[in-house]
Ligand binder design. Structure first.
Ligand SMILES: [Zn+2]
Length: 332
């Protein structure tokens, strides 16, 4: 076994003289423990204050919808190891990450066997960043990717329909470092060299400091602000509360096809038929879905052979918007 082989390499010279003191474990000795760990997640709370196992046990039982047999082990420095009885709970909690716990970001990842202590430390978490104020011609996946890279490593980029004056925005999902300072804007120049400032807003951001721009505390608990107060050098706040996004929007751009949305954009020359309203049985099926829609769930309630992913999403949104008095029974 790798783990045991690795450990044996660390046995010092003096230990070699007492090899009968070293207890050798066989695979079957640890199979039960390994089995338990395979149904577990490592998690980290991005907060400046520490939380106890008891607090986590109670709170996460509620937040995660009472997963069977939840056990929490404290790994120190706000890192926890969560054990579950059922694989389905592990998968569900992992998929929903990052979570908000007392408004702090809690990110969980699948447990991995790693004998090197500390190697499993979680120092990043995924977050969606919205880019506001981009000129329409700059709203491309590539622009989203370039701006996203300034914040963290980019996981996904998409074009989204949102409420408000600016009806479409680019969003980038990035893996953000814990000690990365939040920025509320970014300067860009296009091919015409004109400087443009765009706004950044973060989804499910949790507690952050408008003064020092770090995550994990608010400005009332900011050490930097205390220090600056003591030295009478308090600056104005670096970022506004508005960096917290107040909507997530609806994806209108598929991952692979950057130009497709422009072909179908409002005002384009391609004629577009009016959407057919959804029947009541379909609306009932969608009642437990929110606007951003879980694609897997959607596939279960509609026939995947009938629609492409994009049609499916727009159909879902229309179904949710459709007033009941326009429902006809002749659809599908
Ligand atoms: Zn601060």
């Amino acid at each position: 076994m790798d783990a045991l082989g690795g450990n044996q390499q660390h046995i010092g010279e003096e230990d070699k003289e007492n090899t009968d003191e070293v207890v050798v474990l066989e695979e079957e000795d640890i199979s039960e423990g390994l089995h338990a760990c395979l149904r577990s997640l490592n998690g980290r709370i991005f907060a400046d204050r520490n939380f106890s196992t008891g607090t986590m046990q109670g709170a996460m039982t509620t937040i995660w919808g009472r997963p069977e047999g939840l056990q929490v082990v404290d790994k120190g420095k706000n890192q926890f190891h969560f054990f579950f009885d059922k694989d389905t709970d592990v998968a569900r909690v992992e998929r929903g990450s990052p979570w908000l716990f007392k408004n702090f970001i809690l990110h969980v990842v699948r447990w991995k066997e790693d004998p090197m202590e500390g190697k499993n430390a979680i120092s990043t978490f995924p977050i969606w960043v919205q880019i506001w104020g981009l000129p329409e011609q700059f709203k491309t996946i590539e622009v989203g990717r370039k701006l996203g890279r300034k914040i963290g490593s980019v996981i996904d980029v998409g074009l989204y329909e949102v409420r408000g004056k600016e009806t479409r925005i680019i969003k980038a999902k990035v893996e953000m470092e814990e000690d990365k300072r939040l920025r509320d804007s970014m300067k860009i120049t296009g091919p015409n060299q004109k400087l443009i400032e765009v706004g950044l807003r973060y989804e499910r951001l949790g507690t952050f400091c408008t003064y020092c721009t770090l995550l994990g505390h608010d400005s009332k608990h900011c050490q930097q602000l205390l220090d600056d107060t003591a030295s009478d050098s308090v600056r104005k706040e670096a970022i506004g509360e508005w960096v917290k996004a107040d909507q997530v929007g609806r994806r209108i751009e598929s991952k692979s096809n950057t130009d497709s949305s422009y072909a179908r954009a409002p005002g384009s020359s391609t004629p577009k038929p009016r959407k057919k309203p959804a029947p009541s049985w379909l609306l009932e099926n969608f009642a437990d879905l929110n606007i951003k829609g879980d694609k897997e769930q959607v596939r279960k309630t509609t026939n995947p052979n009938l629609m492409t992913e994009e049609e499916e999403n727009s159909f879902l949104a229309d179904a949710l918007k459709a007033p009941t008095d326009t429902i006809t029974s002749d659809i599908l």
